[in-house]
Write a protein that binds this ligand. Structure first.
Ligand code: FAD
Length: 342
C-alpha cells in the first residue's frame, strides 16, 4: 500500500498556504481516494497553525515543520524540513507543488531518501498504481510515467488542479523536529519588481498577447509605438492580465525596429516560447500562426482582435475573432475598465 505525502509551504505572509500548495492538496486527496491509501499533509511555514486549520476538513494526518528558520525559502532549511517530513510520514509517494521553493530542493531530498523525482506533472491517474502525466518536446508529446522506485517525488505544475478550498476548522499539526545544518545563507529580504513592472503573472485569469502589428504602419501610414505601449500597459493595469507576446514582436529589438521596452523573450508564447495556463486569452495585432498558437494549448477560451479577416485566428484557432483595429478597441476597453474601478 502506498503512503501518500503532500508537501505544502506558506506564502510570504509566513502562515497562509500558497495557491500551488492548495492545488497539490486537491491532487493528494483525489489520489488517496482512488488508491484507498492513507494521506499525510506536511506543512513548512513560520507558523503552521492557520494552515493546519485550513486543512482541517481534509481528514488527512497533518505534520508541520515550523519556526523562524522556515519563514523564507533557503535550500538548507527547506531540504531539511522536507526530508524530516518525508521520514516522519514514511512516504512512498510525495506530491509537491512545482514552486521555485520546492523545485529547488525536491531532487536533493529525493536523493537523500534514495528515491526518484519527476517534474512538471500535469495529471495523476491509475487505480492500482500511480501514473503521472507530463508533456515533452514543447508540449507536443504527452507521456504517462510509472515507476517502481520509492519514494517517488512528483512536482505538480501550477494550474493543473483546483485549489483546495473548504471552510476552516480546528486542527493542530504534529510538530516534526528538524536538525538544521549550519545555515550559511541569510535571507535578507525580497527584491521584486513593482506590480506594474511585473508583466508576467501566472495566476492571472487572462493572458493578453501583443503581436507585431502594434508596431507596424497603421492605416494612416505611420507607426504608433508609443501609443501602443500606453494602451497595452493601460490594459494590464486595469485588468491585471498577464502579458504575452509573439516572437516577431520580441525579436524586433534585435532587428533595430520599433520596440515596446517592457517586452522581453520571457513574454514570448509559442513553440520556442512559453505555454502558460490561463482560463482566457486575448490576442491583439497578432496573426495567429501555428508556431505561436501552439503555446496557447492550455488557454481555456481564446479571442483575438486582428485587422486581417484571413488571419490564423479566423481559421479556427480562436473561439471569437473581432475583425477590428486594436488601437481604438483597446482604448475603449481601457476606458470602460477604468470607469468600472471608480
Ligand atoms: C522554428 C520557428 C519557431 C517559432 N516559434 C514561435 C514562437 O514560439 N512564438 C511566436 O509567436 N512565433 C514563433 N514563430 C514565428 C511565427 O511563425 C510568426 O512569424 C509570428 O508568430 C508572427 O508574429 P505576429 O503575428 O505578431 O506578426 P505578424 O505576422 O506580422 O502579424 C501581425 C498582425 O497584426 C495585424 N494588425 C496590424 N495592425 C493591427 C491593428 N491596428 N489592429 C489589429 N490587428 C492589426 C496584422 O493584420 C497581422 O495579422 C516561430 C517560427 C519558426 C520558424
Amino acid at each position: 500500500m502506498e503512503n501518500i505525502l503532500v508537501l505544502t509551504h506558506a506564502d510570504e505572509t509566513g502562515s497562509a498556504l500558497t495557491r500551488a500548495s492548495l492545488e497539490t492538496v486537491t491532487a493528494g486527496l483525489e489520489l488517496a481516494a482512488r488508491l484507498s491509501a492513507p494521506l499525510t499533509i506536511g506543512i513548512v511555514a513560520a507558523d503552521a497553525a492557520a494552515a493546519a486549520n485550513a486543512l482541517a476538513s481534509t481528514g488527512a494526518r497533518l505534520l508541520a515543520v515550523s519556526g523562524k528558520a522556515f519563514a523564507q525559502p533557503r535550500y538548507a532549511s527547506d531540504a531539511a524540513a522536507c526530508e524530516a517530513l518525508c521520514r516522519a510520514a514514511k512516504a512512498t509517494i510525495v506530491l509537491a507543488p512545482g514552486t521555485s521553493r520546492f523545485t529547488r530542493v525536491a531532487a536533493g531530498v529525493a536523493y537523500r531518501l534514495g528515491g526518484f523525482v519527476d517534474t512538471h506533472i500535469t495529471a495523476l491517474g491509475g487505480t492500482d498504481t500511480v501514473e503521472a502525466t507530463r508533456w515533452f518536446y514543447r508540449q507536443r508529446v504527452e507521456a504517462v510515467v510509472s515507476r517502481d522506485a520509492r519514494p517517488w517525488f512528483l512536482l505538480l505544475d501550477a494550474g493543473t488542479h483546483a485549489a483546495y478550498a473548504a471552510a476552516s476548522g480546528t486542527a493542530s499539526a504534529e510538530q516534526v523536529t528538524v536538525e538544521l545544518p549550519t545555515l550559511r545563507t541569510t535571507v535578507s529580504g525580497f527584491r521584486a519588481p513593482a506590480q506594474d513592472a511585473q508583466t508576467i503573472r501566472p495566476d492571472a485569469k487572462l493572458l493578453f498577447v501583443a503581436g507585431a502589428g502594434w508596431t507596424k504602419k497603421q492605416p494612416d501610414g505611420q507607426v504608433h509605438t508609443e501609443d501602443a505601449g500606453k494602451l497595452i500597459l493601460g490594459f494590464l493595469h486595469a485588468s491585471g492580465a498577464s502579458l504575452g507576446s509573439s516572437k516577431s514582436l520580441v525579436d524586433q529589438g534585435g532587428d533595430g525596429q520599433p520596440v515596446l521596452p517592457f517586452l522581453t523573450h520571457m513574454n514570448q508564447i509559442g513553440q520556442t516560447g512559453a505555454t502558460p495556463r490561463h482560463p482566457k486569452g486575448l490576442a491583439t495585432c497578432c496573426h495567429g500562426e501555428e508556431p505561436h498558437v501552439v503555446g496557447w494549448r492550455f488557454i481555456g477560451e481564446r479571442r483575438a482582435i486582428s485587422l486581417d479577416p484571413n488571419c490564423g485566428w479566423t481559421r479556427g484557432k480562436a473561439d471569437v475573432v473581432y475583425i477590428a483595429d486594436a488601437f481604438p478597441v483597446i482604448a475603449k476597453v481601457n476606458e470602460l475598465l477604468e470607469a468600472k474601478k471608480v
